[in-house]
Ligand binder design. Structure first.
Ligand code: G3P
Length: 218
């Protein structure tokens, strides 16, 4: 089971890395824009900066929607750093691009997945990762965790090697539920990762232990 952080914020990536549990990073154009990163040179440098903080895979998303554009962009992204994974949307051109990248030794993350059928095509094209968006499904009255479980069942049945990233994670229970159904990766905001630590009985227990120690030791 792997933890990725879903942000382009360098301070948050560093904080998760220092925790010692981080396996990688996912970004998307919205997350890059949120950090105010603009201009192709700065965007590419930002991906390199992220790679220099973490040891694992770093997903960088293409903006192009046509096959040729995706290939050109994806090659440029992949050449930036060995940790880069090219993130491609699950469209007709996207599936063709994933197949091309797979055949050319470039890792991919098939994104914006909202159905088992989309996940099936991503796996057939050889995607390294597939990203079902749990939170966005829940936002639309559809069970996001259930989709993760169904994709995993199909992948296991046919022994696909594509790893399932539970994406669009909003809170701790999304992480726990996705792990319970066997997701390979959860990509999460830092708040959700740190939220896993929360339990009032832990806080009460620590306070009690310190109080008892002080009673005896002053
Ligand atoms: O990894 C995909 C993720 O960034 C989407 O999250 O919260 O915008 O649905 P969200």
């Amino acid at each position: 089971m792997k933890f990725f952080i879903d942000t382009a914020n360098l301070a948050q990536i560093k904080e998760a890395q220092e925790l010692g549990i981080l396996d990688g990073v996912t970004t998307n154009p919205s997350l890059m824009a949120k950090e105010g990163i603009k201009g192709q040179k700065n965007i590419l440098q930002h991906y390199v900066n992220i790679c220099n903080i973490v040891d694992g895979d770093v997903s960088a998303e293409v903006i192009s929607t046509d096959f040729e554009g995706m290939i050109k962009e994806g090659k440029k992204l992949a050449a930036l750093h060995p940790q880069i994974v090219v993130k491609v949307p699950v469209t007709k051109d996207g599936i063709k691009a994933i197949k091309y990248f797979t055949d050319n030794g470039i890792k991919t993350n098939c994104t914006l997945v909202f159905s088992v059928g989309q996940a099936l095509l991503a796996a057939k094209a050889g995607a390294t990762y597939v990203s079902p968006f749990v939170g966005r499904l829940d936002d639309n009255s559809t069970d996001g965790v259930e989709l993760v479980e169904r994709i995993i069942d199909v992948y296991n049945y046919y022994e696909f090697e594509t790893q399932v990233i539970a994406a669009s994670i909003r809170h701790t229970m999304h992480i726990v539920k996705c792990m319970e159904v066997g997701a390979d990766v959860a990509t999460c905001p830092l708040s959700a990762i740190l939220g896993l630590l929360n339990h009032p009985l832990t806080d009460i227990g620590i306070a009690q232990f310190i109080a008892d120690y002080k009673k005896v030791n002053g």
